[in-house]
Design a protein around this ligand. Structure first.
Ligand code: ATP
Ligand code: MG
Length: 202
């Protein structure tokens, strides 16, 4: 049988080896740059993760721009909260899902007007972080041209971070992104009949 002190010694050596590997990996990631992040997939957590990064950035005194493309509701906790903070500009650029607006021409016009506002943010080096919430939908429906969006993202200031959320992110967008998370839907309370809960879903 292994004596407890032998077990502890083995654990210590294993952790020392592990620490060396991890420290080396951390030390080799030594560049700073503005990142493009894509949060996609059918699971919950895309927008709330993006707004978590907004909170982090504001905590560091950074300046943040938020654009919301599909506006299902105007009573979310994040909108109430972040609109009260200095250093945040908050734009609502979409009207609602296409089955709610039921007017394709108007959807396209709204999306193009919205993108003009985003372009200004992407040209503004004083914005450290730009969140494009639910941008994947106008792309998916073809209201915005993917090539234009990719070109404008590429032209942004070198140190500006951009977070894009929404289901079904196009492959070409994920290809140029630095960090991509595909949130998996394992279970959602909604399907068990629980309506959207304040603080959790809105
Ligand atoms: P959240 O804002 O909560 O992070 P999300 O951005 O990942 O959600 P969306 O597709 O934008 O997801 O959906 C927004 C709303 O729908 C939220 O109220 C969220 O809780 C809910 N929702 C998210 N995923 C699911 C799902 N798989 N089934 C049902 N409702 C969902
Ligand atoms: Mg969302």
């Amino acid at each position: 049988m292994t004596r407890p002190d032998e077990k502890a010694q083995r654990h210590r050596s294993r952790m020392q080896r592990k620490k060396k590997v991890i420290d080396t990996a951390i030390a080799s990631a030594d560049r700073d740059q503005g990142l493009l992040l894509v949060l996609t997939g059918n699971g919950k957590g895309k927008s709330s993760s993006a707004f978590g990064m907004v909170a982090r950035a504001l905590g560091h005194g950074m300046h943040v721009g938020v654009a919301q493309f599909i506006k299902g509701r105007n009573d979310t906790g994040e909108e109430f909260f972040f609109r009260q903070q200095s250093n945040v500009v908050w734009h609502v650029l979409g009207e609602g899902f296409t089955w709610e607006t039921q007017n394709l021409e108007r959807d396209i016009e709204t999306a193009l007007r919205g993108w003009a506002v985003v372009k200004e943010m992407l040209n503004d080096p004083s914005l450290d972080l730009v969140v494009l919430d639910e941008l994947t939908y106008p792309l998916k429906y073809g209201w915005l041209e993917l090539d234009t969006v990719l070109a404008d993202l590429k032209e942004r200031p070198l140190m500006q971070h951009v977070v894009i959320t929404g289901r079904g992110a196009p492959e070409a967008l994920c290809d140029v992104a630095d960090t991509v998370s595909d949130l998996k839907d394992v279970k959602h309370a909604y399907r068990a009949g629980v309506q959207a809960q304040k603080g959790i879903d809105l």
